[in-house]
Structures are given as C-alpha cells and as structure tokens.
Design a protein around this ligand. Structure first.
Ligand SMILES: NC(=O)c1ccc[n+]([C@@H]2O[C@H](COP(=O)([O-])OP(=O)(O)OC[C@H]3O[C@@H](n4cnc5c(N)ncnc54)[C@H](OP(=O)(O)O)[C@@H]3O)[C@@H](O)[C@H]2O)c1
Length: 275
C-alpha cells in the first residue's frame, strides 16, 4: 500500500509518518490543484491522508484574523484533494474535528449523523463546512477531539493545559493518540468510508485532568478553575465543549480504552520522562 501524506510536517502528520514510515510527503499547497495533481501523478499513491490544515498558532483565535488562509487550507484544499483523488481512483482519508458540537446531546453524545451545532469560532465553522461536503463522497473522515498522549510535544493537550494558570472545568470527549492511530490503521486497512468519531469512552474536564497531573506528575503544580462564563478573559473566540458518541467505531469491532485509564497512562509516561 503506497501512502501519501499531505501536511506531513504538522503534529498529526508527523504521527501518521510514524505509522506509515514509507509514506511520501510532498511539500505542496493543498489548495493548488496543479501541485496536488503533479504530486499524485509522480507518486501514484493508493491512499492519500490529508493532515494539512490551519489550526492557528498559538491557538484557533488566529483563524479569526486569518480567514482567507484558514478557508483555503481547511475547505478549498480538502476539496482539491477530493477532486484530484476521485478522478484517479485514490482512497482519501481526512481529519475532522469534534469541535463542531456543543453539549452532550442529552447524555447520548453526538453521533456521526448529527448536524454540527457549534458555530462559535471560524475554525469550527470551516471544519463543519468541509465535513458537510466530504461526507457526500466515499472518503474516510477520522473525527478526533483534543488529542493527547504521553509525550511532551507542545500540541499534546496535556502539555498545553499544564502551562495554563486557569483551566476549564467543562466535560469533554478526548482522543488518546495511541488508540486513535490503532483505530485509524484498522479503518484504513478496511478501506472504510464515512465519518468515524474516534474518542475514548467517557468524558473529563481539563480541570480534572490537571488534578490527576498534580498527583501523578508534579505535586507542586498550581492552577485555578476557569468556568465557561469567564472564557473571554483568556480567549478571543469561543471554544466548543462536547461529548461524541463512539458507538459506530465500537460496532466496527474497534475498541478504545476508557478515557480515565488513557489519561492515567499518558500522565504516568510524562512523569517517567521527568524522572
Ligand atoms: N490537533 C488538534 O487538536 C486537532 C483536533 C481535531 C482535528 N484536528 C485536525 O487535524 C488536522 C491536522 O492538525 P494538526 O494539529 O496536525 O495541525 P498542525 O500541527 O498545525 O499541522 C498542520 C500542517 O498543515 C500544514 N498546512 C496548512 N495549510 C496548508 C496548505 N494549504 N497546504 C499544505 N499544508 C498546509 C501546516 O503548515 P503551516 O504550519 O506552514 O501552516 C502544518 O504543517 C487539521 O485538519 C485539524 O483540523 C486537529
């Protein structure tokens, strides 16, 4: 299976390259039809994994002020990849986000069929717009939520929130990267299509995670609780908080470990690295 990864220099892209070490990683703008077509014709992949996209630095607030670049990378680019791959019969894998939802859907969690109900940030809107089009085609959309692992990578949720002095106390679904990549590999192997929520069963708040961080990693760590009504004191645009249903993935026979166990494992790995 010849794999081509777009966005291979990013956080998720680097991880996919660990999963598929033989993958080719062309350095092209995914919104440039000619460049995407040339890369596909040169490498002739069986599978294209699109991990390119604008997520904003230091965070999604950036996307509010850079709408043109954000829409180009999060909507136009994926559509170019779709078009160029479809004409060549290439299987496409795209990364979606759970940040298009708000709430827990009456305790059931949002399924892959539920329409987006969170439009509070431009980043979230571009992710929802893109999914709405891609889901009409035989594309695999891996929908993840606040990815974390036991590394000290700056994009790891645990690293990010350990640097915050105030941490949100709102419950969320989360995605443990080792489980995500095991699930992604199985779905890709089967050539699955459609949207799959890939989250660990259960919800946790970042505040609860930091309480565990204090116990497992650093007893001297200090932080305060941040409630959603005071979010505007630390962010310029809204943030989604939501619970996703993982039932579709589970019906596929793919299991994710319970969220609290995953957080425990990741924090223990971080503690071990600190010595
Ligand atoms: N990390 C998360 O929390 C999370 C959660 C859910 C979903 N996702 C989705 O996962 C995907 C990857 O996210 P990530 O966290 O890996 O982001 P990332 O670390 O910012 O990586 C994205 C990569 O894509 C590149 N890129 C942006 N626009 C491009 C374009 N037009 N053509 C080619 N490359 C382009 C970026 O390069 P530049 O840096 O030069 O722009 C960067 O190297 C995105 O679709 C994101 O929405 C991420």
């Amino acid at each position: 299976m010849k794999v081509l990864v777009f966005g291979g220099k990013g956080y998720m892209g680097q991880e996919f390259l660990r999963l598929y070490p033989g993958a080719v990683v062309p350095s092209v703008d995914i919104a440039d039809c000619g460049a995407v077509a040339a890369a596909l014709d040169e490498h002739k992949p069986d599978v294209v994994i699109n991990t390119a996209g604008k997520t904003g630095r230091p965070n999604i607030d950036w996307c509010e002020e850079h709408k043109e670049e954000t829409v180009r990378s999060n909507v136009t680019g994926p559509l170019v990849i779709l078009d160029e791959c479809m004409t060549r019969g290439i299987y496409v894998v795209h990364l979606g986000s759970g940040c298009i939802y708000e709430g827990d859907n009456n305790g059931k969690g949002f399924t892959e069929e539920d329409p987006a109900n969170y439009m509070g940030s431009f980043y979230s809107r571009t992710k929802a717009w893109c999914d709405d089009i891609l889901k009409e085609f035989p594309v695999l959309i891996l929908r993840l939520r606040m990815p974390f692992d036991g590394s000290t990578h700056e994009r790891n949720l645990l690293t990010k929130i350990s640097k915050y002095s105030r941490v949100l106390d709102t419950e969320n679904s989360l995605t443990y990267m080792p489980d995500f990549f095991a699930a992604a590999m199985q779905l890709i192997e089967k050539r699955a299509t459609g949207i799959y929520n890939i989250v660990n069963p259960g919800t946790m708040s970042p505040f609860r995670i930091m309480e565990m961080y204090k116990t497992i990693v650093d007893p001297s760590h200090t932080f305060e609780k941040l409630t959603m009504d005071r979010l505007s004191e630390v962010a310029t645009t809204g943030r989604s908080n939501c619970m996703l249903s993982g039932e579709k993935l589970s019906r596929e026979g793919i299991q994710m470990r319970p969220l609290e166990d995953a957080v425990q494992e990741a924090l223990s790995a971080i503690a071990a690295q600190r010595g």
